[in-house]
Design a protein around this ligand. Structure first.
Ligand SMILES: Cc1cc2nc3c(=O)[nH]c(=O)nc-3n(C[C@H](O)[C@H](O)[C@H](O)COP(=O)(O)OP(=O)(O)OC[C@H]3O[C@@H](n4cnc5c(N)ncnc54)[C@H](O)[C@@H]3O)c2cc1C
Length: 429
């Protein structure tokens, strides 16, 4: 089949990878460059075992504090935007224990499938993307949050098999670079098998692989898809300013902009931008910078060593389609970094970045057929797109081929991801 994939972020490229492997002739169209969107400078975490969504029952109590604090990890700026209000309502509905448990149960197998496929890709092709298997520490400064993390561990035997709860001292033994927080860490969840890497570098390496060998993927970059053209109850082509590109099937993998392309076909995709920030800082003293990826749970900040840089990422700003860098958010990330790892990095040489996570309210991506039989969706990966991309692409390719995917996929249908709907498509009580 000839297939057009819209979007050259990690999800579009992974989709192209899986579809070409099935023998399809693939064209990837992007309005910008490869990895110019959310995949550009994300937190770098391949977080296969840590897939809990932002929508959590505990979040409800934190919202008033977040609304008042200037440097809160989550920021909400109300806009005259019905999409924002729908999304917020869906998010609040998803903040319950049952929905969170369903999401974790759906995402874990998908993440583990991704892990197997990342290993296959790295072992088979030796891709260079500052990839490390350095483990992950989720550090808790708050006793109640640490207790909740341990409860989650106890409730999921699959998690308990690969994660361990550590007290503050044991945490510092695993990661001595956390010394600045001595006495302030209640505990941590350590996942020795977790990995990290540079998402943009992986995108570029994948694009290289896709354009070499037999049946190379065609890239059309710098051309926005303005609309999906339909004929006879199917999508016939994507329309760009330079003309139409026809194909047999089409995949929307265009992140936060997928709803705009889907809307004219009658599909309301529950995806809204959740803006985040990252900083790259050169490492000055390797002993004072973590080898293990670190998540500061309270501050919702992740730290990953990517080659000679420390990548710091965080913030969840629900402020619409606005990817501009707010210097106050950068200052907050910088202040936190100075406090924890300031001795190890060059704080004067900072590369800041902001990106828009394509988030669904409950945190599950949509990997499904769209409103027309030859239209497919691989969107809405929120805070976990780097982690989930290869697994999602495999599910997409299987579904497109009429094969049963390697992991349960009922939780990723559009019906299941719609606010107020549990995996399997049932409306929740
Ligand atoms: C601060 C931050 C930290 C993060 N940290 C992590 C992490 O540690 N681990 C993790 O797993 N995930 C992380 N994420 C999430 C991850 O980055 C995203 O889920 C992932 O990049 C989404 O990939 P995507 O391909 O769906 O979207 P994108 O990378 O945004 O790609 C979409 C592409 O579609 C193109 N496009 C859009 N509309 C059109 C159109 N009409 N025509 C043509 N092209 C179009 C865009 O130009 C873009 O290139 C983080 C995100 C942020 C913002």
């Amino acid at each position: 089949m000839d297939i057009v994939v819209v979007g050259a972020g990690i999800v579009g490229l992974a989709s192209a990878w899986a579809l070409r492997r099935d023998g399809h002739r693939v064209t990837v169209v992007d309005r910008g460059e490869i990895a110019g969107g959310a995949s550009h400078a994300n937190g770098g975490q391949l977080s296969y075992r840590y897939v809990a969504p932002l929508a959590d029952p505990d979040v409800l109590a934190k919202i008033p504090g977040w609304m008042l604090a200037r440097d809160a990890p989550v920021r909400f700026r109300p806009r005259f935007d019905p999409d924002q209000w729908h999304w917020i309502m869906g998010f609040l509905q998803a903040c319950n224990g049952r929905e969170k448990a369903c999401t974790v149960a759906s995402l874990l197998p998908l993440a583990l499938l991704s892990r197997a496929l990342v290993h296959e890709l790295v072992d088979g092709h030796g891709l260079a993307f500052d990839y490390v298997k350095s483990g992950k520490l989720v550090v808790h400064r708050d006793q109640d949050e640490y207790a909740a993390a341990r409860r989650l561990l106890a409730a999921h035997p699959a998690l308990a098999a690969e994660q361990v709860a550590l007290d503050g001292d044991a945490c510092l033994e695993v990661e001595p670079a956390l010394a600045a927080l001595r006495g302030r860490i209640h505990g941590a969840i350590h996942t020795p098998g977790e990995e990290a890497g540079d998402c943009r570098a992986l995108c570029l390496a994948l694009a290289d692989l896709l354009t070499t060998g037999e049946n190379p993927v065609r890239f059309v970059l710098g051309e926005a898809v303005d609309a999906l053209e339909t004929a006879g109850g199917r999508v016939a082509a994507v329309r760009t300013a330079r003309g139409s590109i026809a194909a047999d099937a089409f995949v929307l993998a265009n992140g936060v902009d997928a709803p705009a392309l889907a809307r004219p076909l009658g599909m309301a995709l529950p995806i809204y931008p959740v803006k985040g920030y990252s900083l790259d800082l050169p490492v000055r003293d390797a002993t004072a910078v973590p080898r293990t990826s670190v998540t500061d749970f309270r501050r919702k900040i992740v730290y990953a060593r990517l080659g000679g840089r420390l990548r710091v990422a965080g913030m969840a700003d629900i402020v619409g389609h606005d990817a501009r860098i707010d210097p106050r958010r950068v200052a907050t990330l910088l202040r936190e970094t100075r406090e924890v790892f300031g001795a190890g990095v060059d704080l004067a040489t900072v590369t800041p970045w902001a990106g828009l996570r394509p988030a669904t309210p409950g945190g599950r991506p949509i990997i499904d057929r769209g409103a027309l039989p030859n239209l497919w969706l691989n969107v809405g990966h929120g805070a976990l797109g780097f982690t989930l991309a290869l697994g999602s692409a495999s599910v997409l390719a299987d579904r497109l081929a009429g094969r049963e995917p390697a992991v349960p996929h009922a939780g990723f249908t559009l019906a299941a991801v719609m606010p107020g709907t549990a995996p399997g498509g049932r409306r929740s009580a």
